[in-house]
Every structure is written in structure tokens, then in C-alpha cells.
Design a protein. Structure first.
Length: 248
């Protein structure tokens, strides 16, 4: 799974931010992939900063993924093509050569590469039997044409997909539940299990109480922080009186 951790991820047009929306979606995808097949493994990398970085090599340990997500820093711009090529190398050296290769790419900032470059990359991936799913959000309107051309080039027997998610009150992870990225590749049964079958954060407290508690505390702290920030804005508006009635 390749994440976009560029400066664009600070935007709050996706709940609670573009970066955190991706984190929730990664948790969902990890559970779907690992629960569908006991041999499936998932890695995690980031495409922002000075250069793409592999944060977690292929694993079935959700703790490693969640720890890496917690430590991701927002930095620089996203280099999609470089990130995908590094992800392909990670898959190339997987231990189980019988595993099918798939890259899931989150793109939430403007794609710098031109369409021709992406099409060449797509054809190379197709030749090497690598499927690619792209989650296009944030700058989806500007990126759609390039990403459609890329997915068309890499797709073989409809094994690659593009899902564009506009901003809104919905959660990015919820939108993926009904998308071909989940339904097409792994089936709805695994998605339902990964969504936690009603459990918060997709984690069954009876199976992993410490993780469920940690996720709950983290969510409550973030909610408190947002409420405090909203309170400060409201307070500042009230103190300004009639003189500042025009607002910010």
C-alpha cells in the first residue's frame, strides 16, 4: 500500500484530514487482505518527502502497520511513479512467489507526471504481472484523466481499478467498502469482517483489547482537540463584539 504523505495531506476536506483518512482506509485494506487469505501479506510505504520510503515490509502483523501509520510525517510533494516502482521491487522479492502482486496507491495531491510517463509505467507493470488499484481523492478532478490512462495501461482482465472519491461527509474507508478495490478483488464477506462486523475501528475488542483501547483513546483525544479548537474560534468571535461582526 502506497500512501501520499505530501504537504497536501494537511487539508481537512476529508474527515478528519487527508492523511488520517488514508490511515483509516489502510487499516481496512490490511484486514481485508489478510482475512481473505492466510497467505496474504501487506507492506506499507510513503511517497512524500525527499524520496519514497518503505515503512513496513510485507507482513501479517497489524501492529507494525498501525505503528508505522502513527509515525508518518507530512512532508514535501508526492512522486507517484517513483513510489510505484519501489513498491514493485518490494513485491518482486516477496518470499512466496505464488502470491499475486498488487499495489494499492493513494493519490491525494496533483500528479506531477505526464500521461505518457504513467502509461509507460503501466505497461511495464502489466508485463510483470503487477495489478494496481488507485484511490484518487483530494485533487480527483484534476488527476482523473491521467489516472484513467494509467489504470487502462496496467489492467489485465480487469484486475486493476480506479476509484475517485470527492470530498464530503463520508469517510474515505467507507467509500472503499463498496468499491471494486474491495468487492472486485476480495469479496464483500472479507470487507464485512474487516469493517469489524460492527466493531469500532475494525478491531474486535475480545481478540485485541489493547489495540481497541489504544485506538479509542487516540480517537477521543483527536475529538477533544478538535472541539477545543472550535471552542477557541467561537470564543474569539464572541470577544470581538460588534466591531468584528464580519468574521474571518
Amino acid at each position: 500500500i502506497s500512501l501520499d504523505n505530501s504537504e497536501w495531506m494537511r487539508n481537512g476536506d476529508y474527515t478528519p484530514s487527508r492523511l488520517e483518512a488514508q490511515s483509516d482506509a489502510v487499516n481496512l485494506l490490511f484486514n481485508v487482505k489478510t482475512q481473505t487469505n492466510p497467505e496474504n501479506t501487506v507492506g506499507l510505504m510513503t511517497m512524500g518527502g525527499a524520496s519514497p520510503k518503505v515503512d513496513v515490509t510485507l507482513t501479517r502483523d497489524v501492529g507494525k502497520i498501525l505503528s508505522a501509520l502513527h509515525n508518518i510525517q507530512i512532508s514535501g510533494s508526492c512522486t507517484m511513479s517513483n513510489g510505484i516502482q519501489i513498491a514493485q521491487l518490494v513485491l518482486k522479492y516477496r518470499q512466496n512467489k505464488n502470491q499475486r502482486q498488487r499495489i494499492v496507491v493513494f493519490v491525494g495531491s496533483p500528479v506531477a507526471e505526464d500521461e505518457a510517463t504513467l502509461v509507460r509505467l503501466g505497461k511495464k507493470l502489466k508485463k510483470n504481472n503487477v495489478a494496481v488499484d488507485v484511490v484518487n481523492f483530494g485533487e480527483e478532478a484534476d488527476n482523473t484523466a491521467k489516472l484513467e490512462a494509467f489504470v487502462a495501461a496496467v489492467s489485465s482482465s480487469d484486475n486493476s481499478h480506479l476509484v475517485s472519491v470527492p470530498p464530503g461527509p463520508h469517510l474515505l474507508s467507507d467509500m472503499l467498502l463498496a468499491s471494486p478495490i474491495i468487492e472486485g478483488g476480495e469479496g464483500t464477506a472479507a470487507a464485512a469482517a474487516a469493517a469489524g462486523a460492527g466493531f469500532e475501528f475494525g478491531v474486535d475488542p475480545s481478540l485485541d483489547p489493547e489495540l481497541a483501547l489504544a485506538l479509542r483513546i487516540s480517537m477521543e483525544e483527536e475529538k477533544a482537540r478538535q472541539e477545543a479548537a472550535a471552542g477557541k474560534v467561537k470564543s474569539a468571535g464572541g470577544e470581538g463584539g460588534a466591531a468584528s461582526g464580519s468574521g474571518e
